[in-house]
Design a protein around this ligand. Structure first.
Ligand code: BGC
Length: 736
């Protein structure tokens, strides 16, 4: 087993969607799904970071507005035809060999196809595809054709397709996906080009492509939204011939561009041939792997870890650092969740902080640039500071849908998930972690944390009955409990608010020019001593009233991950039971050390003995359906010291999330970036125990036996270190 490749043998239309998502190639600016370049059974997808568009659709008698990450014109189409045959399409031909291999070390997707046409001609086709990590405007597809038992003319067709729509997610199909309009195409010297505009956001996208390798007799066929460059290659039996399509994708959001079309032309014209492009691309990946690699002894585990690093870097690369984009929950790999940005960055940024801090900073700046909208949202909700949306996209307004389709019942249902105010806590946590990891707290990041603190401080109201501060009407990370709508005193939100206000007081002291008033500081201090947290049965209650809920009949729903959907289809409501979709209270043990958490509870005047933590972990573990890939990451983490075998099982499940598509077919709609980042952070901060602290870095490893040794480089406050961890030991030395 090669830990650097993902290999698929055979052509299987039914699993193409999964393959396409896992074989996506990208550079942090744009990404293209690993769809076949030809045929009808493909779900092409090319997405540029931050390129969104809003459309109104009428569903279930209501008008809903959705902002989608737009599926951009497809640069990939390429096919060929043996004499007298139709254009090659894998679903139609007699395939003799079919093999697809993703080389993660080099960022190249290889494909080998051999087929026999109706006249008995056997042809083989070897393709190499890249989306350049060296020049983030470029992509290329090199095709080497060998006629095994014939000679003669082979026609090739290379096209640009502007007819694509957002149609990659079945349950969104009632919603409009025709984001592209105004398509135009043309030829210019040896190039073909295509432009389109997004309907509402008015982003212009331009593609240009050239075909290298000397095919003769160029014929261009053209419709406004589609253009193809057709040529003929004379091939002799047994002599391989290579043609390469070199394409550029530019949008009006790119830097250093006059107009996208001219920029795309120039980028393609100035681009070198495939060989040189490949060399530069490989070198860029080599540099990246040197900073980000994690070495494990077991090749199977190493393969999945490489896959997670690979897809994370293809979504968030050094090129992303100066774009204005956030962390899309499903990568640039598919259309699920519409490319929106949730709280998943809390699983991603801590890993970036210790190797690509400039990228993490860029992602925090995405939030900072949306402070005006977050402030407006806070005002509209009667709050202070900045209220970040649960789902964010282009301008930082709330993008959470108000209705969603339950595919299990076919019903459109109200969606209250915008009440997950805790997204702000995740952003603030990331600001603080960035500070610990890098020693730097830029003014904008400090402002972000303070504005979020103001919002949560204003959410907390002193209740005369309990004599404590309470937060009402919110949802925690567990999306099964939406309340009516909203819950009171979600423990995760309340405790993290205390943590945040403690950090905010420190930040206010470090950056006095942020203008935090003495009254604010006093109130924050008071909240950190009098916030309400509920307990029942000797454990922390997920929210006020949780203890009154009946137990779920788990036998009946054994193995069902999405209880919300299954129970609604049965005419029931998971809200009414002690059942969670994912870690909620347990997120506290994920983000805070045991000492930090117990100290907060004691500060609040609650009896907090160490036994509280394992009891609470086991209590919720028995009542969670793991309907989110994030759940396994968190459970693996929180069990790592108390139940190492269970922690390992969850770790293996978290690793399997996308490669084995454990959430029933959802990976085809995009990878789960939070869970991918979470597994890497788990290796780094939990198992290898690398904990950035105020005065340096603490190594507190507890590596599972089955992992053997973990080796990884980290960048701590400007110094590269090589950390090796095994069992309870770790060494750390300057990186040569
Ligand atoms: C999870 C959220 C997550 C979102 C995007 C949902 O299924 O419940 O916690 O933020 O997916 O990944």
């Amino acid at each position: 087993m090669n830990p650097w490749t993902l290999l698929y043998e055979g052509y299987d239309p039914a699993s193409e969607g999964l393959r396409e998502a896992l074989c996506t190639l990208g550079n942090g600016v744009f990404a293209t799904r690993g769809a076949t370049p030809e045929g009808a059974l493909r779900t092409p997808g090319t997405y540029a970071a931050g390129c969104y568009d809003r459309l109104d659709s009428v569903v279930a008698g209501r008008t809903v507005t959705n902002e989608d990450m737009v599926n951009l014109p497809d640069w990939l189409p390429f096919t060929c035809a043996t004499p007298g045959s139709d254009w090659f399409a894998p679903e139609r031909e007699e395939l003799l060999d079919y093999r697809q291999e993703l080389d993660m070390r080099e960022g190249v997707l290889h494909r080998l196809v051999r087929w026999r046409d109706r006249e008995g001609r056997i042809t083989s086709l070897r393709q190499r595809r890249l989306v350049s990590m060296a020049d983030p405007r470029l992509a290329a597809l090199a095709t080497t054709v060998t006629a095994e038992n014939w000679s003669g003319p082979l026609r090739v067709r290379s096209a640009l397709d502007g007819t694509v729509t957002n149609s990659g997610v079945a349950r969104y199909r009632e919603l409009r996906g025709d984001h592209l309009t105004g398509q135009e195409s043309g030829e210019e010297d040896d190039l073909v080009w295509l432009t389109a505009r997004t309907r509402a956001s008015g982003i212009t996208v331009a593609l240009a492509a050239r075909l290298d390798g000397g095919p003769r007799g160029r014929r261009v066929s053209q419709e406004p939204a589609w253009i193809a460059d057709e040529r003929t290659i004379d091939i002799a039996q047994g002599v391989p011939v290579t043609t390469a399509k070199v394409a550029a994708l530019i949008t009006s959001r790119h830097h250093a561009v006059h107009d996208p079309l001219t920029a795309a032309w120039r980028a393609v014209r100035l681009a070198p041939g495939f060989g040189t492009l490949l060399e530069a691309h490989r070198a860029a990946w080599k540099r990246l792997w040197e900073r980000t690699g994690i070495e494990l002894d077991d090749p199977e585990l190493a393969q999945i870890v490489h896959l997670h690093i690979f897809h994370l870097l293809q979504t968030l690369s050094p090129h992303t650092a100066d774009l204005d984009v956030g962390v899309p929950a499903r990568g640039l790999h598919g259309e699920a969740y519409r490319g929106h940005v949730f709280w998943d960055e809390v699983f991603v940024l801590p890993w970036l902080d210790l190797r690509l801090p400039e990228v993490a900073l860029g992602l925090l700046r995405y939030r900072w640039r949306r402070l005006p909208e977050a402030r407006a949202a806070a005002r509209a909700a009667g709050l202070e500071g900045a209220l970040f949306p649960w789902q964010s996209a282009s301008d930082g307004r709330e993008q959470t849908q108000t209705f969603h389709l339950n595919p299990a019942s076919g019903r459109w249902l109200p969606d209250h998930s915008h009440l997950q105010r805790h997204v702000g806590l995740a952003i603030a946590y990331n600001v603080w972690h960035h500070y610990l990891a890098t020693g730097e707290l830029p003014g904008f990041a400090a402002e972000l944390l303070i504005e979020i603190a103001r919002c949560f401080a204003s959410l907390a109201r002193l209740e005369p009955d309990s004599g404590r501060y309470e937060i009402h009407g919110v949802m925690g990370p567990d999306e099964y409990h939406t309340g009516a709508p909203g819950l009171d005193n979600n423990a995760y939100t309340n405790v993290m608010t205390v943590w945040l206000l403690m950090r905010a007081r420190e930040v206010a002291e470090m950056t006095p020019d942020l203008g935090v008033s003495a009254e604010e500081l006093t109130r924050w201090e008071d909240i950190t001593r009098r916030m309400r947290v509920d307990f029942h049965d000797g454990v922390i209650s997920q929210f006020t009233g949780y203890a009154e809920l009946p137990e779920l009949d788990w036998e009946r729903y054994r193995g069902v991950r999405r209880l919300d959907r299954a129970m609604e289809a049965d005419g029931d409501d998971v809200n009414h039971y002690r059942a969670s979709k994912q870690a909620d209270v347990l997120m506290l043990f994920y983000l805070l050390t045991a000492e930090e958490l117990l100290a907060i509870l004691r500060r609040l005047g609650y009896p907090a003995e160490p036994g509280l933590i394992p009891r609470t972990v086991h209590y919720y573990l028995e009542r969670t359906s793991h309907g989110s890939t994030l759940s396994a990451v968190v459970h693996s983490w929180v069990l790592s010291r108390s139940d190492r075998a269970a922690s390992w099982r969850f770790f293996v499940e978290a690793l399997a999330g996308d490669i084995k598509d454990v959430q029933d077919g959802t990976t085809a709609e995009g990878i789960h970036l939070g869970a991918m980042g979470g597994t890497l952070d788990l290796l780094q901060r939990c198992y290898a125990g690398i904990e950035p602290e105020r005065d340096g870095i603490r190594l507190n490893p507890l590596v599972p036996d089955r992992l053997g040794r973990i080796r990884l480089p980290i960048l701590h406050r400007g110094t590269w270190l090589a950390v090796t961890a095994k069992d309870g030991h770790a060494t750390c030395r300057p990186l040569a």
